[in-house]
Design a protein around this ligand. Sequence first.
Ligand code: GN1
Ligand code: MG
Length: 366
Amino acid sequence: MNDRLVSIASQFALEGEILDITPVGEGFINDTYRIHTVGSAPDYILQRKNGNIFKDVPAMMENIRKVTEHIRRKVIAAGGDPDREVMRVIPTRTGRLCHRDEGGEHWAATLFIDDTVTYDRADSPALARMGGIGIGHFQSQLADFDEPLAETIPGFHDIRHRFAQWDRTLSLDAAGRCREAAEEIGWIEARRDEMLAFWRLVEEGVIPRHVTHNDTKISNFLFDRQGNVLCVIDLDTVMNSTSLNDFGDAIRTYANTGAEDDRDLARVGMSMEFFTAYTDGYLSQHARELSEAERAYLAFSARYITYEQVLRFLMDYLDGDTYYKIRSADHNLVRTRAQYRLLRSMEEQYGAMCEAVRELNAKYNR
Ligand code: GN1
Ligand code: MG
């Protein structure tokens, strides 16, 4: 066992004795471990939060505490299981929400939810529908949440802010890669105005802001063995934004026929069948709470967030890979191209996407 990890884990108010600590998952940002305990005590998740990205981990953990406590009350009121249907933050023995080690790194712990299944892609429309239910339910549980939340990553899904970063990246050309990526850069520039036009609606309040998850890819959902969605995890980015982004971001994984970083672009595309199933699940939970403007932009939100992801992967490539973990020198470029292929597929099928959203809205607003 790794002594350093044991000493960090021991800072938290865990029940039971630590048996082992093993790495889990493949997040692009944090390092995640499972703390196995002896006997009947529960296991825990231990995470090193990436301080490069999260500048104020205590504020982030405070956001997570507020949101999970709100959801826990809803789960209990609905007769659900509060240890399985929502994450539980485990404080340190001194009552803090995170531990700062000697190196200045921040760590946090949550209760491990046992006997669950996670996915990297949806293998059936039924699973995509379940994912939609997961996000729709999450947003419904939080519909009456009104506590203030810290903006832990400024401008996270704000494309105006992203363009400011992007313009800086292009002018610095820190890794000397701008010339070879001229074509990819053109993909971003060609869509700048339509993306800003959408975001203006959020800025002007035409599209409302709510508490949102902001990172709804499929691997951030826990399912039980019967195939029901239990909850969304990885709440690091809970902040105020438009709930459209949570709807749209999930489609990048639930309805993608390929991988997020597929080198074989022929495999990548948006499946209309999976998109429709996902949207059906989402609206089955949340249709009545959406405003007119939100309904009108549901389909577009998938394009918006996929575009933003193309921009972020490409920007990181041009910056010299300073943000996302990479597994090869061109990983961010591969991700850029695969997400762009997905974006193109959405653009090609946009009419059908809007039609499906219209029909499902009618079904659940009857
Ligand atoms: C990151 O940490 P992870 O892998 O769940 C990223 C998301 C991206 C995603 C792309 C804080 O999520 O915004 O959409 O990678 N999270 C952060 O796969 O930047
Ligand atoms: Mg994450």
